[in-house]
Design a protein around this ligand. Structure first.
Ligand code: MG
Length: 376
């Protein structure tokens, strides 16, 4: 039996993971789950999977757990929960708030299936170095990075020419600059392919998600930003690829469903059924690729700039994006102001909030406060 912890069990990744675990009740045992404040849902899941503990991030949340279930409350308690010894911790909290628990899981020697890309973007190479020191494998659970991880198994690192990172282009792929200027929050959350939480959906509309994923790619696979090509592929069937120096491109394809990346992350190095159907290539007919437009979607190039400055700047990229994204959803700034905020933040304070692994959370809070003051 493989034991599992899911941090952020009620989000869209957490829910997909539960569907996968239901297919494999003889292989996996879900021991620990955490939520923000969805007490009823957490209790239901804990009863179904006979979990040992529930973590509740929000300390004001009302919850009463059965006698055989341990309760963890608040950010620090969640770290204690993430440190409980299991075979794999699925980090599925969205945003940099997920970082402390990921660090706690790594320090405890727990393998991590990482869906929380922001923790890597903020923690940078130091987070991966910690994992290497601890001998803890980190398996990416972002569809593109899971694809890259799988494609990189086909050759040697020194034979890699470049990595192809695909982007769906989001709901505003064909919008003009004038249309983007007045784009609404509601329309920005309506992703054509993927069903995701609000943060990821908005990040897909601005392509800030692709910026974060570019940073994630460079850190995860230790590759320079100029060796990562971002390509728009609207149907998200071709999840990403690795170009080798002998001219071969190895790609990973599959249904547009996170079940593939989640199942792989939890079962690696095995490949267990995920409920996804085999691809029917003749039904697909064709796959289409386009260059992205940096004039309408500047976030990708801003991410390149951030990587070249270093980890304080990638932390700032994420902070500015989270703060500006929230301001946009609350109607305080326009859609194009999100990328503008990131740009100004990188220009003025891209190297301001440096931090070692233990103060990343503080640096993140300080960077976000700086960005909030900028927007005001
Ligand atoms: Mg992705």
């Amino acid at each position: 039996m493989k034991t599992v912890t899911i941090l952020g069990v009620t989000g869209s990744i957490g829910q997909s993971a539960l569907r996968f675990l239901r297919l494999h009740r003889d292989t996996f045992s879900l021991e620990h789950i955490s939520v923000g404040c969805s007490a009823d849902e957490a209790l239901k899941i804990a009863a179904e999977f006979k979990c040992k503990s529930i973590g509740v991030a929000d300390e004001t949340c009302d919850i009463e757990v059965p006698a055989d279930v341990k309760l963890y409350r608040g950010a620090e308690a969640l770290c204690a929960q993430a440190a409980q010894n299991v075979d794999v911790v699925l980090g599925a909290v969205s945003g940099s708030q997920g970082l402390p628990a990921i660090l706690a899981a790594i320090k405890a020697g727990n393998r991590v299936a990482l869906a929380n890309k922001e923790s890597l973007v903020c923690g940078g190479p130091a987070l991966l170095a910690l994992a290497r020191d601890k001998g803890v494998p980190i398996i990416p659970v972002d569809s593109e990075h899971s694809a890259m991880f799988q494609c990189l198994l086909a050759g040697k690192r020194e034979d890699v020419h470049s990595i192809i990172l695909t982007a769906s282009g989001g709901p505003f792929r064909e919008h003009s600059l004038a249309q983007l200027k007045t784009a609404s929050a509601e329309a920005s959350l309506n992703h054509p392919n993927w069903s995701m939480g609000p943060k990821n959906s908005l990040d897909s509309a601005t392509l800030a998600n692709k910026g974060l994923e570019l940073i994630e790619t460079c850190y995860f696979f230790d590759i320079a930003p100029e060796d990562v090509t971002v390509v728009v592929h609207p149907t998200s069937i071709f999840h990403s690829a690795v170009q080798y120096r002998d001219g071969s491109m190895i790609a990973q394809l599959g249904e547009t469903d996170m079940a593939g990346a989640i199942g792989y992350g939890l079962s690696y190095p095995e490949r267990l059924p995920t409920g996804l159907k085999p691809l029917d290539l003749t039904a697909l007919g064709g796959l289409h690729f386009y260059p992205y437009d940096p004039a309408r979607f500047p976030a990708v190039d801003l991410a390149r700039r951030a990587i070249n400055i270093g980890q304080p700047a990638t932390l700032m990229f994420n902070a500015a994006n989270e703060v500006a994204g929230k301001a946009f959803l609350e109607g305080r700034i326009g859609f194009l102001d999100i990328a503008k905020t990131i740009e100004i933040a990188l220009d003025k304070a891209g190297d301001k909030f440096t931090a070692g692994l233990d103060d990343i959370v503080d640096a993140d809070i300080a960077a976000k406060a700086w960005c909030a003051a900028l927007i005001k």
